[in-house]
Design a protein around this ligand. Structure first.
Ligand SMILES: Cc1cc2nc3c(=O)[nH]c(=O)nc-3n(C[C@H](O)[C@H](O)[C@H](O)COP(=O)(O)OP(=O)(O)OC[C@H]3O[C@@H](n4cnc5c(N)ncnc54)[C@H](O)[C@@H]3O)c2cc1C
Ligand SMILES: *[C@@H]1O[C@H](CO)[C@@H](O)[C@H](O)[C@H]1NC(C)=O
Ligand SMILES: *[C@@H]1O[C@H](CO)[C@@H](O)[C@H](O)[C@H]1NC(C)=O
Ligand SMILES: *[C@@H]1O[C@H](CO)[C@@H](O)[C@H](O)[C@H]1NC(C)=O
Ligand SMILES: *[C@@H]1O[C@H](CO)[C@@H](O)[C@H](O)[C@H]1NC(C)=O
Ligand SMILES: *[C@@H]1O[C@H](CO)[C@@H](O)[C@H](O)[C@H]1NC(C)=O
Ligand SMILES: *[C@@H]1O[C@H](CO)[C@@H](O)[C@H](O)[C@H]1NC(C)=O
Ligand SMILES: *[C@@H]1O[C@H](CO)[C@@H](O)[C@H](O)[C@H]1NC(C)=O
Length: 577
């Protein structure tokens, strides 16, 4: 056999080894006896609670309710277990760049032109995300009107299974020290709490780089009280009128299985039984509208029979803008997602991720550029509306042909709090599989723009800090890098960072998403403070669509907490105390 032949064989054996190990994680994954493919479900069934959407909020909610009632959890996607694109930290981005109809991620592009993603898998966004785990501030919890003690107990319930302390490598440590050096103080150590200053936050990745998602919270479920159906897409909520003057009452759902067959699930007759929508910030307002609850003119335009004229469904859509700079490093850096955060006093959160170029997927040989890869839609070097498929393809090709060493380094990003700017969501079709049209109006409010500018200025100072000196080049002394700066499809710090270009322009032109979009079914506009949909009976919405404001620096901890918290509240009501 030729030398090349031997190498091929060794490579194949190695790839097989990796593949085996990648999938072997599923052996340790919970084998939920209550989880089934929707194709095996009866055409008609009855439950006390029907939860629509097995995502970040839906899983902890259903697990909790299953202890005192019969619960059906309907998820349009499949199981996360055994898919290394989901379970392995080094594969971050693989799902986001998989555009197939069975991908756990469904791409959408807001009318603003920013490329974004929504989950389609049991565990929801916690199967796709960058893993950072951090609680909401005490002020946020007070303003939400939540019971602080139950909130803390609910966070702890979540943390026991899915939150870990990261072990900082040299690059993340330099970001932490840089933040402190430029005045984002004090240092608050490792904590889940939201405190001004710099801290190390939690992560849902364990020490081996395995992801622990909201689906893991189903381990808490009572198996006799829960049925989880995968590949079950809810088409609409069914409403009835008990009397001529009564309010519409939700009493069942129609869902379609993977073969396109329709099934119906109804609430059992019972005073306290309910349907709960946890389909996420795009899915929940979309499903309400498809079911006839929404702005009347819009529903009529789509030939949807009106159940309730509710003009605020789909209003208040927000996405926190993210802007970032890539800082090439002369020395190797670790592969990291978000581990450190600077909580500034001007309303900008500074985080970082490194080592993209080394995060090769276990199952594919293609290069993966992590959180800022054009493959996943993060293309910040052209203004949002120019981020066409052709522009993405050009950027991917450019990066694939670059010397790997040129991309050694990491990104420092800033996300603004809030945001204050809001937009809206509208149906495009009556098919629940299709994306609705969504507009976020990034930076429409001047304070949002100001917070971005201050965040970028702070990032500039961090890069120039003494603490960060090992991880940056002296730009002017390396012509190759200056050339890269001119042509690279990622933002290198000096590219827009000179006095002739206002940072306001930089913020608008390079805006990306950090995927913390929320709103559409906000508290006191579409749902009441108990998350009951206003104007109808037996229906709640519990997920990120109810937020007016993104909680903490990153939302997932609070979304999971809310699922548990509301599950406990609903069971207390059921028991009558
Ligand atoms: C790439 C990425 C990175 C992120 N990074 C972080 C991070 O590091 N830290 C952090 O805190 N947050 C992060 N986030 C945000 C966080 O993950 C989300 O805010 C959170 O997961 C939203 O939870 P949710 O329950 O509102 O919606 P989801 O988790 O999206 O749940 C909605 C579920 O409903 C299902 N569904 C929708 N419609 C239907 C239907 N008609 N029938 C049946 N099922 C349906 C969907 O398939 C989905 O599983 C990130 C998100 C993404 C996408
Ligand atoms: C999972 O459990 C089911 C029965 O609940 C069983 O049939 C199946 O073999 C189990 N699978 C694994 C991998 O243990
Ligand atoms: C993992 O992601 C890659 C790249 O996006 C895709 O080609 C592959 O099919 C995915 N694997 C699985 C198991 O879904
Ligand atoms: C909840 O926990 C936080 C610390 O994480 C603490 O500051 C707060 O006082 C606690 N609230 C209640 C009501 O116990
Ligand atoms: C679930 O059912 C669908 C439709 O019949 C089928 O295509 C799919 O392969 C099944 N999935 C699993 C994991 O069994
Ligand atoms: C933290 O900073 C915010 C401004 O972003 C300020 O409103 C708040 O009072 C500060 N909190 C504390 C405890 O200092
Ligand atoms: C600079 O980059 C461009 C585009 O990649 C390339 O065509 C050119 O040869 C480079 N110039 C130098 C001096 O490296
Ligand atoms: C600033 O950047 C712009 C765009 O890259 C460039 O045209 C301009 O010459 C730069 N100005 C200075 C002073 O470097």
């Amino acid at each position: 056999m030729s030398t090349l032949g031997w190498w091929r064989l060794i490579y194949a054996a190695f790839a097989g080894f990796l593949l085996f190990h990648g999938f072997s994680a599923s052996e340790n994954a919970p084998n939920y006896s209550f989880m089934h493919n929707a194709t095996s479900a009866p055409f008609l069934s009855y439950y006390d609670y029907i939860v629509v959407g097995g995502g970040t909020a839906g899983c902890p909610l259903a697990a909790t309710l299953s202890h005192l009632a019969n619960v059906l959890l309907l998820e349009r996607g499949g199981s996360p277990y055994g898919d290394p694109n989901i379970t392995k930290l080094v594969n971050f981005g693989a799902s986001l760049s998989d555009l197939s109809p069975w991908s756990p991620s469904q791409r959408f592009i807001s009318t603003d032109g920013v490329i974004n993603s929504r989950a389609r898998v049991l565990g929801g966004g916690s199967c796709l995300n960058a893993g950072f785990y951090t609680r909401a501030s005490p002020e946020y919890i007070r303003q939400a009107g939540w019971d602080g003690r139950l909130v803390n107990q609910s966070y702890e319930w979540v943390e026991k299974l899915v939150a870990f302390e990261p072990h900082l490598g040299h690059w993340q440590s330099a970001v932490r020290n840089g933040l402190l050096e430029v005045g984002v103080v004090p240092f608050n150590g490792f904590t889940f709490d939201h405190i001004n200053g710099t801290k190390v936050g939690g992560t849902i990745f364990d020490e081996q780089g395995n992801r622990h998602t909201a689906a893991d919270l189903l381990e808490y479920a009572n198996p006799r009280g829960l049925t989880v159906l995968l590949y079950a897409t809810v088409q609409k909520i069914l409403f009835r009128f008990r009397g001529r003057r009564s309010r519409p009452e939700a009493y069942g759902v129609i869902f379609r299985d993977g073969s396109g067959i329709e099934h119906r699930a109804y609430l059992k007759y019972g005073f306290k039984n309910e349907i709960i929508i946890s389909a996420g910030a795009l899915g929940s307002p979309q499903l309400l509208m498809l079911s006839g609850v929404g702005p009347v003119a819009h529903l009529k335009a789509h030939n949807i029979p009106v159940v309730l004229d509710q003009p605020l469904v789909g209003q208040g859509m927000c996405d926190n803008p993210m802007n970032a700079v890539f800082v090439p490093s002369p020395i190797p850096v670790e592969v990291s997602l978000i581990e450190v955060v600077g909580i500034t006093h001007f309303g900008s959160y500074i985080e970082a991720a490194s080592g993209e170029t080394f995060s090769a997927s276990v199952t594919t040989t293609s290069r993966n550029y992590g959180m800022f890869s054009p493959k996943i839609g993060q293309l910040s070097t052209v203004p949002p509306k120019q981020r066409t498929p052709e522009a993405i393809a050009r950027a991917v090709e450019y990066l694939d042909n670059l010397d790997q060493a040129a991309l050694q380094g990491g990104f420092i990003l800033e996300k603004i709090m809030g945001p204050i700017s809001t937009g809206h969501l509208e149906l495009q079709t009556r098919n629940p599989d299709d994306n609705p049209s969504v507009t976020f109006n990034y930076f429409q409010h001047p304070l949002d723009l100001q917070r971005c500018v201050q965040g970028i200025q702070t990032i500039g100072k961090i890069v120039e800090s003494e603490s960060f000196s090992k991880f940056r080049y002296d730009y002017m002394s390396w012509p190759g890098l200056v050339n890269m700066t001119e042509h690279s499809p990622i933002n290198l710090l000096p590219r827009h960072y000179n006095s002739s270009i206002p940072l306001e322009t930089f913020c608008r032109d390079t805006v990306m998403t950090i995927w913390h979009y929320h709103g559409g079914c906000q508290v006191s506009r579409v749902v009441d403070p108990d998350y009951k949909v206003l104007g109808v009976e037996a229906l709640r919405v519990i997920d990120g669509s109810t937020f007016n404001y993104s909680p903490g620096t990153n939302p997932q901890a609070t979304v999971m907490m809310l699922g548990r918290y509301m599950g406990v509240k609903i069971l207390r009501e059921r028991l009558g105390n």
